[in-house]
Write a new protein. Structure first.
Length: 110
């Protein structure tokens, strides 16, 4: 059975064991026997949770509000790692036309 937090209007907050089916039901205060509603005062206790479930919760929380990365390139990427740039095979002519040198000489440039 899980431990739930309750707030007595006379004595203040206390914890009590209750069945999971009675999670929303009020509980009687152990000191004055007044009816106390359930409240959320502490974070869930996940220390006893198995590692796989804890990792799943962490991943879920992290992905809920984290922005997606724009760069999905890995280390050694040619476009953003500062490596040598590939030489352009475009030939620029004085009249402003362009041609790809060595490939498809029959094609007309744009």
């Amino acid at each position: 059975m899980p431990v739930y937090d309750y707030a007595c209007p006379h004595c203040g907050p206390f914890e009590a064991l209750a069945a999971m089916s009675a999670y929303a039901d009020p509980c009687s205060c152990p000191e004055c026997s007044a009816i106390a509603p359930r409240v959320m005062l502490t974070a869930p206790r996940i220390a006893n949770m198995d590692g796989g479930r804890r990792i799943a919760h962490d991943t879920n929380e992290r992905s809920a509000d984290s922005p997606k990365r724009l760069s999905s390139h890995g280390p050694g990427c040619g476009c953003c790692s500062g490596g040598k740039k590939k030489a352009s095979r475009t030939l620029h002519r004085p009249d402003g036309s362009k041609t790809l040198v060595g490939t498809r000489p029959w094609m007309i440039s744009h």
